[in-house]
Design a binder for this molecule. Structure first.
Ligand code: NAD
Length: 305
């Protein structure tokens, strides 16, 4: 298999001053991409800010012979994000790749969580991804080429105690991907989602030391780089950590049809085991397929063709 390269490609990586984003930016640059290293430079909970982290990643890239620029846009502010994309277009004429990676944590059980902390986390992960994607969407559509990666988390896909804000935002980006996939595919735009697990300042102290040594950011970046490559997949949730790679998939059970006289909560309860039975489950490509399936059940019942 030939090397995956990004020569001539322009990539924006948000939250690339440290952790996973830094690793993504370094690897994309090493493989030939011109990289915009975005970072607000705040704390894990999103306080403070400085361009120095992004600038130091840029230095690392340019010292190795690559091309990169730093931008301190706060992804929650569309004007700052637009300025970053405008500067990218002015400098390099296009944006081929967007990696939505920036993130913060404000963990608390839901009963103790101030709504401001819920909002702040949704703003960075979900609205931040929306802002950056909005700013690159028209240039990508016009160019007929784009690769966009969202960053989700097992905390959203499966749940994690104390992370209702984070979980909601991380599943939000999956829904965002599903729709963008449908709207972008005819313009050559592929959208995917990474669900990483790695040792970074965000997970420091949460992972046992022995396991932490295996959970390198580089192992996750290998998956991300494939997701945003020219021949990469579309609409895939790629999970990566400690050298393990898997895909999260959403399936729907065949379920049951209940005739009008049986459309009662009691009959739903009676049929619940059949409703949740995974035998024959299907993966859908868009929401309408579910509606169609149900209407077909009813049509069959009433003998309508
Ligand atoms: P990190 O804290 O090391 O990096 C996050 C970066 O985002 C920081 O450099 C921070 O300054 C930047 N950032 C935060 N708010 C920003 C904003 N408003 N605008 C621009 N930049 C901003 O954390 P990480 O572990 O590298 O996480 C990267 C992504 O991966 C996040 O989206 C995180 O939720 C996700 N994730 C990480 C793990 C893990 O195991 N590390 C697991 C699941 C998901």
């Amino acid at each position: 298999m030939s090397d995956i390269r990004f020569d001539g490609r322009v990539a924006i990586v948000t939250g690339a001053g440290t952790g996973l984003g830094k690793s993504h930016a370094l690897e994309l640059a090493r493989r030939g991409a011109k990289v915009v290293v975005n970072d607000l430079g705040g704390s894990v909970s999103g306080e403070g800010g400085s361009l120095s982290a992004a600038e130091s990643v840029v230095r690392e890239i340019t010292d190795a012979g690559g091309q990169a620029i730093a931008h301190g846009a706060n992804v929650t502010r569309i004007a700052e994000v637009q300025d970053m994309v405008d500067q990218t277009l002015k400098t390099w004429g296009k944006v081929d790749i967007l990696v939505n990676n920036a993130g913060i944590l404000r963990d608390k059980s839901f009963s103790k969580m101030p709504l401001e902390d819920f909002q702040a986390v949704v703003d960075v992960h979900l609205i931040g991804s929306v802002n950056a994607t909005k700013a690159v969407w028209e240039p990508m559509r016009e160019a007929g080429y784009g690769r966009i990666a969202m960053t989700s988390s097992s905390s959203g896909i499966y749940g994690n105690f104390g992370q209702s804000n984070y979980g909601a935002a991380k599943m939000g980006v999956v829904g965002f991907m599903n729709v963008l996939h449908l709207e972008g595919q005819k313009y050559g735009i592929k959208v995917n989602t990474l669900s990483p697990t790695a040792l970074t300042r965000m997970t420091e102290g949460l992972i046992p030391e022995e396991a932490a040594k295996l959970m390198t950011v580089e192992s996750v970046t290998a998956g991300l780089v494939y997701l945003v490559s020219e021949d990469g997949p579309a609409r895939t949730i790629l999970c990566a950590g400690a050298g393990g790679y898997a895909a999260t998939k959403i399936y729907e059970t065949p379920g049951v049809y209940l005739a009008p006289e049986d459309q009662t909560p009691e009959k739903v309860a009676e049929n619940f085991n059949k409703i949740v039975d995974p035998d024959g489950q299907q993966e859908f490509e868009q929401g309408g397929q579910q509606t169609f399936k149900f209407v077909e059940y009813a049509a069959r019942h009433f003998g309508v063709k």
